[in-house]
Write a new protein. Structure first.
Length: 129
């Protein structure tokens, strides 16, 4: 996967944005916002549905929330955790956190199992499998 590639859920619902290794998390939020806006234009039925996604830098990942009506993207969770997906224990914590945040990272019309499947695939790709 290239440094700029973007994975999408089935039906293009939940974005996963890969950012360059030398990019700061906060500096990458506008790029996620741009991706979110592109998805809103491509899927107008999502305009009223806030949804989140994932940012990946190297083997680290953070959950991101994209809001409708021009609100800026922000990182999800009070602690804004970075998950080191090269570590099996962090992979487990990542999937557990995804389950806790599921209402924020899936959009109407998706099945949570699809979202989880994509997130598990991201873990495998980041770990080089």
């Amino acid at each position: 996967m290239s440094a700029t590639s973007t994975l999408l859920l089935p039906d293009g619902r939940v974005p996963v944005k890969r950012i360059p290794d030398d990019c700061e998390w906060e500096a990458a939020l506008p790029a996620f916002n741009d991706l979110w806006q592109e998805m809103r234009e491509a899927c107008p039925e999502l305009v009223e549905v806030p949804m989140g996604g994932l940012m990946v830098r190297g083997h680290y990942a953070r959950f991101v929330y994209g809001a409708p009506e021009g609100e800026p993207a922000r990182f999800l969770g009070r602690d804004k955790l970075d998950f080191d997906l090269s570590r099996p224990e962090d992979c487990d914590k990542f999937i557990d956190r995804a389950d806790v945040l599921k209402e924020s990272i899936w959009a109407e019309g998706d099945w949570w199992e699809h979202t989880l499947e994509v997130l598990q695939r991201v873990v495998l790709e980041v770990r080089g499998y």
